[in-house]
Design a protein around this ligand. Structure first.
Ligand code: MG
Length: 254
C-alpha cells in the first residue's frame, strides 16, 4: 500500500472513530412533544425514529396476571398496573387517545423502525414479580428478533442483576439509581451508568472514572442547551432528553 493511501485510510478511520464517539440522542419516553403523540405512545416511538434519534426510551410494567404494558407511572387513570388484571389495564387510554400499548404491540411497531429500543423496567413492589417480568421481556424480544435493537435500563438493583444474567452477549444494561460508582457497575458487568443530571453534577469525577473503567455514561433528563453542552463536553456517551431536536441541532452545529 502506498504511503498516501495508508494516510488516507488512517484519516478515514480517525473520522469514523470521531463519529462513533459522538454523544447519542435518546428520546425520553419517545418524541412525545410532536403532533398527535403523548408520552410512551407508539406514535412517540415512531416520531423519535422519524427524526433519526439513536434511541427511544420507554417504561415497562407488568400486570398482576403477567401482561407487560408500556407506561411511565405506576397507575393509568387510577388503575395500578402491577396489582391489576390485564383486562382492566388494556382498556385505558393515553392522553392522545391511543389505548395503553402492551409491550408486544410496542415492540411490533419497533420492528419496522431503526431506532434503538431503550427499555426501562420499572421497579415493582414484588421482587419475584419483577424477576418474572425480566424473563418474559427477554423471551418476547428474542421471539421477535429484536435482541440487537435493545438496550435495558432500570432503577431496580435486583432487576439489573437479572437482566445482566439473562441478556445475550453484547446487549447493554444500564443502572439508573445513581448510588453506584462506575467501578462498582463494571464489577456487576453493567454497561454503565444512566444517571440524572443532578447526580452527575454532584459526582463530576464519575465521567473520568467511567472512562478509566471502560463503562459508558448516559445522562437524563437533559433539556436545556447549557446542560446538554456540559454533558457533551464531559464526554457523555448518551443524553436522554425531552427535546431531541434541540440536542440534535447542538450536536450537528459547526
Ligand atoms: Mg423511564
Amino acid at each position: 500500500m502506498k504511503l498516501k493511501s495508508i494516510i488516507a485510510t488512517a484519516l478515514l478511520l480517525a473520522g469514523t472513530f470521531a463519529v462513533a464517539a459522538q454523544t447519542r440522542v435518546v428520546a425520553h419516553r419517545g418524541f412525545w412533544d410532536a403532533p398527535g403523540a403523548s408520552q410512551n405512545s407508539i406514535r412517540s416511538l415512531i416520531k423519535a425514529d422519524s427524526i433519526g434519534c439513536w434511541g427511544s426510551e420507554f417504561d415497562v410494567w407488568m400486570s398482576l396476571d403477567g401482561t407487560l404494558f408500556v407506561n411511565h407511572d405506576a397507575t393509568i387513570n387510577g388503575v395500578e398496573i402491577q396489582s391489576s388484571r390485564a383486562r382492566d389495564v388494556k382498556v385505558q387510554r393515553l392522553s392522545n387517545g391511543e389505548y395503553i400499548p402492551t409491550l408486544k404491540q410496542y415492540l411490533q411497531a419497533g420492528t419496522k423502525l431503526k431506532t434503538q429500543l431503550v427499555l426501562e423496567l420499572k421497579e415493582h413492589r414484588d421482587v419475584h414479580h419483577e424477576a418474572k417480568a425480566v424473563k418474559k421481556i427477554l423471551k418476547m424480544v428474542k421471539k421477535m428478533g429484536l435482541e440487537k435493537r435493545m438496550t435495558y435500563i432500570t432503577f431496580s438493583l435486583p432487576a439489573l442483576i437479572e437482566l445482566i444474567k439473562g441478556v445475550p452477549a453484547g446487549t447493554e444494561v444500564y443502572y439508573l439509581d445513581g448510588d453506584l460508582s462506575p467501578a462498582k457497575l463494571k464489577h456487576l458487568k453493567a454497561a454503565g451508568l444512566d444517571y440524572s443530571l443532578r447526580t452527575m453534577k454532584r459526582h463530576f469525577d464519575w465521567f473520568e472514572e467511567a472512562k478509566r473503567e471502560g463503562v459508558k455514561v448516559n445522562v437524563w433528563t437533559v433539556n436545556e442547551e447549557d446542560d446538554m453542552r456540559w454533558c457533551i463536553e464531559n464526554g457523555a456517551d448518551f443524553i436522554t432528553t425531552n427535546a431531541p431536536l434541540r440536542l440534535q441541532q447542538l450536536l450537528t452545529a459547526p
